[in-house]
Design a protein around this ligand. Structure first.
Ligand code: KMH
Ligand code: ZN
Length: 282
């Protein structure tokens, strides 16, 4: 983007409550059952979240992309909340690409779409270019709005390439999420955030930022001051403050809802978010 647009008057808060990395035994507060996920979604919506980024677990609390479970999860979240339901197509680093493509069959409003491969701690989060293009085209066919996950400046460049070659996504809006502070990706600093935001394609209509681990607060503050939206949750950090584990995802949503209020860009409603992202009407 070249010119700085006026900051949006309201802040989209996305909650990412579970992820695929933490184990239930290490982090008992992690919502891993459907009942825990729905309870979390309800409380987070009341606290100001408008979208939920969903990874699910099996009966042993292990990450799964089981299509039946994903479909039931989307239905349960729709029944009990108004949140925009975004399914992860990233899954865990161990999920095969073909399983990740099939996530769209569960019929979410939105899906994550990571714009390239990245080192992910000691692992590799694999997103080869042909897979990125296949997933993008599949999201358009399924009328699911992608959220472009950008872990590095190279991913921003890849988004230019995708939009230039393949055109706009379903719904016509381009919403990005800067995922910062992953060991292997861009750091969770204000300087990196500003560089990434300046490099976003001109087609970008909104962006949020996520700080992993202890970068959650600096990234949220930088995003708010730069006119961005926010993603928080136990997928990204399981520590509320030094030595103090997160007791419930709602604490993280509450905290950034307060920051957004202070920044005079209060949390938007799920209806606002549906309009912002142009997700398919129910
Ligand atoms: N669990 C990470 C390997 C996404 O949800 O799309 C990938 C991830 C990104 O969380
Ligand atoms: Zn995720």
């Amino acid at each position: 983007m070249t010119a700085a647009p006026p900051p949006p008057p309201r802040t989209l808060i996305t909650v990412a409550p579970t992820g695929a990395e933490s184990s239930k035994s290490d982090v008992p507060a992690l919502p891993t059952t459907l009942a825990e996920l729905v309870e979390t979604a309800e409380r987070c919506e009341s606290a100001g979240a408008a979208m939920i980024h969903v990874h699910i677990r099996d009966d042993e609390h292990q990450p799964t992309l089981d299509l039946g479970r994903l479909t039931d999860t989307v239905a349960a979240l729709r029944e009990r909340t108004s949140l925009v339901v975004q399914l992860s197509t990233g899954g865990s680093v161990h999920d095969p690409l073909e399983h990740r493509l099939r996530v769209l069959e569960a019929g979410p409003d939105s899906c994550s779409l990571t714009m390239g491969t990245v080192n992910f701690g000691d692992e590799v989060f694999l997103n080869p270019w042909p897979f990125v293009v296949d997933l993008y085209e599949a999201s358009r066919t399924a009328e699911v709005v992608p959220e472009f996950e950008l872990f590095d400046l190279g991913h921003v460049a890849a988004l230019h390439r995708l939009l230039d070659a393949n055109g706009l996504p379903y719904g016509g809006r381009v919403h990005c999420d800067l995922v910062m502070g992953v060991p292997g990706g861009m750091p969770g600093t204000a300087a990196a955030l500003v560089a990434a935001v300046h490099a976003l394609p001109e087609q970008t209509t909104s962006w949020s930022a996520t700080g992993i681990g202890r970068t959650t607060l600096p990234v949220a503050l930088a995003a708010l001051s730069a006119g961005g939206h926010l993603r928080v949750g136990m997928e990204d950090t399981v520590t509320y403050a030094r030595g103090r584990p997160v007791a419930h995802n709602v604490e993280l949503v509450d905290r950034v809802a307060t920051l957004a209020e202070v920044a005079q860009r209060p949390a938007m409603t799920p209806a606002d978010a549906r309009d912002l992202l142009q997700v398919r009407a129910a």
